[in-house]
Design a protein around this ligand. Structure first.
Ligand code: 6PG
Length: 246
């Protein structure tokens, strides 16, 4: 699936503009429904957005009671561990705003192992969704935030992983990460990530330029296999954009 075929690429000035644009798109998604589901991402790319949403004026724009917060992948570490993606999202955003605790859905990384954590999370997602099969006309998420790793991975879907072929399960355990931090992971699969009104990639720094160039040139990297039932948008800072898009 050529993700660029129907992807929209929006070039923005810098990381601050990227965070603003992402905040605007996220809030726009929330006002269209009385119960919204946002799937957060890990790494450093979303942190500017999280900081923005935690502060005025954006923290006044989010109907906190109506929004549920999930995470597309996490490291299999305790939530207080600095490596935890949901731990970071809580520290920087969710613990600083009136987001009801039952609306925050971390991957249960205190489970016995990544696989059991993935199965528990899949059950939680199905309970929230209200069905065991995803319907492209009724996406699970309103917005899925995504990052891009220097090896072309996204979420915790790494090159060569059998998880790239998963078509049925909504979440799987990743025993060996393909990049640091080399800790086991739990990740949503392509079908679960695709079940969204909007998938929004955050390419927030110049150092993503080389890998983005490889992706756009058509190299078979995990991120090229993503697809979305709804809009697929790449937010790219100018410093990372290929020459013809700057
Ligand atoms: C993770 C992320 C991962 C991340 C990319 C980009 O658990 O690390 O979910 O997929 O989005 O590796 O990471 P940066 O945003 O730190 O560049």
């Amino acid at each position: 699936m050529d993700s660029r075929a129907h992807a929209q690429i929006l070039v923005v000035g810098d990381a601050a503009a990227l965070a603003e644009t992402a905040a605007r798109r996220l809030v726009a998604r929330l006002t269209r429904t009385e119960r919204a589901a946002i799937c957060l991402t890990g790494g450093s790319s979303p942190l500017g957005l999280y900081r923005l949403l935690a502060e005025s004026p954006w923290n006044g724009e989010v109907p906190w009671d109506c929004v549920h917060w999930f995470i597309g992948d996490d490291r299999f570490v305790p939530e207080h561990d600095p490596l935890s993606n949901m731990g970071a999202a809580k520290r920087i955003l969710l613990d600083r705003v009136p987001a009801p605790r039952p609306n925050i859905h971390p991957i249960p990384t205190d489970a016995q192992n990544p696989e059991s954590a993935a199965r528990l999370y899949e059950q939680e997602l199905k309970r929230f969704y209200g069905a065991d099969r995803l319907d492209t006309k009724r996406p699970l998420f309103d917005l899925v935030l995504m990052g891009l790793g220097p090896d072309g991975h996204t979420a915790s879907l790494f090159p060569g992983s059998s998880a790239l072929e998963e078509k049925q399960r909504w979440a799987v355990g990743i025993a060996k990460a393909g990049m640091e931090p080399f800790v086991p992971r739990v990740t949503l699969t392509f079908p679960a990530l695709a079940s969204t009104h909007e998938m929004l990639f955050l390419i927030d720094s110049a150092d993503k330029g080389p890998i983005l160039k490889r992706v756009l040139a058509g190299e078979d990297l995990p991120v090229r296999r993503v697809y979305a039932d709804g809009e697929l948008v790449w937010l790219v800072v100018r410093a990372a954009a290929p020459g013809d898009m700057k």
